[in-house]
Design a protein around this ligand. Structure first.
Ligand code: MRU
Length: 330
């Protein structure tokens, strides 16, 4: 994983946030510029920028851009903060920026912007460091010849660098270990097919794409030895919200005796949230199931579609959490 692949950066003297448009992957690698809180919020809501840690990073950097271009801090923060509900990293990053902003009264506009930018970049750099630590702690769990399953995309494309669930995979591959990764396609938005398969192939990792409903068969065949997933919010009791389908993988892993690890930075752990019952699950439009990513509609016109974007895996199905502080087995 090269340090050079930067998918979220300031440009035009800090008046623009440039991000890789993930809705176009894997067929097109196009970068888009965002100049206002509305544009940043829209990019997060449409998953142009996505993945819990990267949402937090883009929110902090986008807030700087909005303020640089003359928007009110509080208004811009409110707009960006309302873009998606489940990943706690969004409010975590914005609150961290607000704490810095609160100490800046009396400074010139230039000094204030410089300090805000510094903090946003610190959030990004710290996340990259965190991901590398997750990789260093997690890589020992991957043994020669193993089959590794991952769901959704918790990789470089979802973080400041390297990824969370994909960090142990990159780190083990860099050590020269030979193993195979199975990527769930992750219906309905296909983050596994479009993003995980794309970045793992780009990183030279042996990757096999499967449909979500094939994981049970692969586990029954003994092809999966370990599961790594990311997280959008971990409640105080350990219940974990992540991409829809994660719960199903966890249930299967328990049934087949496969270790199931949740990987994420401590900024994704929400102590104020007591259990998974309190986590707000984003519900997205039904067309993501019925039409999007198909050449023509794949369901009868007007059919009701239910599209919860995340689910909650109860703590008892989780073998352990891998964070920047180490592996917490429970
Ligand atoms: O809807 P998305 O693509 O933002 O969902 C992403 C996930 O669920 C990831 O697994 C999670 O955010 C962790 S990313 C390191």
């Amino acid at each position: 994983m090269t340090k050079e692949w930067d998918i979220c950066y300031f440009s035009d003297g800090g008046q623009m946030l440039t991000v890789l448009d993930q809705t176009l992957l894997p067929t097109e690698e196009r970068y888009v510029g965002l100049r206002s809180a509305d544009e940043v919020a829209d990019a997060i809501a449409r998953l142009v920028v996505r993945g819990a840690p990267l949402i937090g990073i883009a929110a902090a950097m986008g807030l700087c851009v909005a303020v640089t271009n003359g928007e009110d801090f509080e208004e811009a923060k409110h707009k960006i903060g309302a873009s998606r509900p489940t990943a706690v990293n969004l409010s975590w990053a914005l609150e961290r920026m607000a704490t810095v902003e609160a100490g800046l009264s009396g400074l010139t506009f230039e000094s204030r912007i410089a300090r805000l930018r510094e903090e946003a970049l610190r959030i990004k750099d710290e996340d990259a460091e965190t991901c590398h630590k997750i990789g260093a702690y997690g890589r020992g769990l991957i043994k020669e010849g193993m089959g590794v399953l991952t769901h959704c995309n918790a990789g470089h494309l979802a973080t400041g660098h390297y990824g969370t669930a994909l960090a142990p995979i990159y780190a083990a591959a860099e050590e020269g270990k030979h193993f195979r990764v199975y990527a769930d396609e992750t219906r309905p938005l296909l983050q596994g097919a479009r993003l995980t398969a794309y970045e793992l192939e780009r990183g030279g990792v042996d990757t096999t794409l499967i449909c979500d409903n094939m994981a049970a068969t692969l586990m029954a065949q003994g092809k999966i030895d370990i599961v790594f997933v990311g997280c959008d919010r971990v409640a105080a009791n350990g219940d974990t919200a992540n991409k829809i389908g994660t719960l199903g993988v966890a249930v299967l892993a328990k049934h087949f005796g496969v270790p199931f690890y949740v990987c994420g930075p401590q900024s994704t752990f929400d102590k104020r949230c007591k259990s998974g019952k309190e986590i707000v699950i984003e519900e997205r439009r039904g067309e993501e199931i019925t039409i999007m990513h198909y050449l023509k509609p794949m369901a009868p016109k007007g059919v009701k579609a239910y599209n919860p974007s995340f689910d909650v895996t109860p703590r008892e199905l989780i073998t352990g959490y891998i964070t920047e502080s180490g592996i917490i087995e429970i």
